[in-house]
Design a binder for this molecule. Structure first.
Ligand code: ADP
Ligand code: MG
Length: 306
């Protein structure tokens, strides 16, 4: 373990978690948000960073970048069963950046804050060669839905279509044409705040799909100490032929919701719409992927930074 690369993103997070004492009266490192119980509510806190040429290309339209910056954070709040309320915005800016460009970003960010009833409470501004956007988002919920509360013998569901954002990213990187749907899903992903009230009564555990569906399924398995079977043919996969089915479920950035629920709620959940039943939990403590009865063993399970 000479370098950060050897440790990996999740190894590093584990190291940090072990080094810093975690509180007994709040949920710290390990879920989509920290959960801080206050009186009869739970405050949810999440932070995400977007860095130029890592998370977005230099020509990313500023209105879509603003939409993406807030939606990737809203997605974590929603994944914990909450609604967003307050935000802090930290910007690192290149001094040569056009003011009109920054204004376009801020104007659209404000529109999205206002649409979602989010208030900007503060932030930080620094200089850097590359544009970087960091939003801390605070939300609230009466009932947090965690990664750690799935049980064996439950259904596994995922909302929406999986793989479009990865195909959109691939097409932009390789300068090839792609459907507007895929490009839009990468450039301006939408958090599934529209579905949260309908899912919340049933979800026992939930995560948003940001690192890749398989990796995020593993996060639920590890946190809940369970296993899972996932059936590839049941996933609503993007139709683009730019990437393989396995790439589509491992490259991430979908910002859809992956959740578990008791089998008795199957009909009610499927009636909500735009939700697929993709698997079941079990006691195997590992994730098994089936493609029409054949077990598939992917080379990688998801995106990590190192
Ligand atoms: P997500 O993909 O939902 O944003 P991450 O994989 O980024 O979640 O993070 C998983 C958990 O690790 C979260 O609880 C997050 O707060 C925590 N975490 C990530 N990086 C750090 C860090 N540098 N220091 C402390 N906690 C971290
Ligand atoms: Mg998340």
């Amino acid at each position: 373990m000479d370098t950060i690369k050897d440790l990996g993103e999740f190894g590093l997070i584990e190291k940090i978690k072990n080094l810093f004492e975690q509180p007994k009266d709040a949920l710290g490192i390990g879920d989509d948000c920290a959960v801080i119980p206050i009186y009869d509510k739970n405050i949810l806190v999440t932070v995400d960073t977007l860095i130029e040429n890592i998370h977005f290309f230099s020509n990313h339209p500023m209105d879509k970048l603003a939409y993406k910056a807030i939606n990737i954070n809203i997605s974590d709040i929603v994944a914990c069963g909450g609604i967003p309320r307050w935000a802090f915005l930290s910007l690192s800016l290149n001094p040569e950046m056009k003011t009109s460009s920054l204004e376009m970003f801020l104007y659209n960010l404000q529109i999205n804050f206002s649409k979602n009833n989010i208030f900007l409470l503060g932030g930080n501004t620094t200089k850097d060669d590359k544009l970087s956007i960091n939003i801390t988002l605070i939300g609230e919920t009466d009932k947090p839905i965690l990664r750690s509360s799935a049980k064996e013998n439950q259904d596994v569901y995922v909302t929406g279509k999986i793989g479009c954002a990865a195909c959109g990213f691939w097409a932009l990187k390789n300068n090839v044409t792609e459907s507007n749907e895929c490009l839009e899903r990468f450039l301006a992903p939408k958090a599934r705040i529209d579905l949260i009230d309908k899912i919340k009564p049933y979800a026992t555990a939930m995560i948003d799909v940001s690192d890749g569906l398989l990796q995020d399924a593993i996060h639920i398995c590890t946190s809940s100490n369970i296993g899972m079977n996932i059936f590839l043919e049941n996933i609503n996969l993007c139709k683009s032929n730019h990437l393989s089915d396995i790439d589509k479920i491992t490259l991430g950035e979908d910002y859809e919701l992956l959740f578990c629920a008791e089998k008795k709620y199957r009909n009610s959940i499927l009636k909500i719409g735009d939700i697929k039943l993709i698997g079941q939990t079990n006691n195997s403590k590992k994730l098994t992927i089936y493609d029409n009865d054949n077990i598939v063993v992917p080379k990688q399970y998801g995106f990590t930074h190192f």
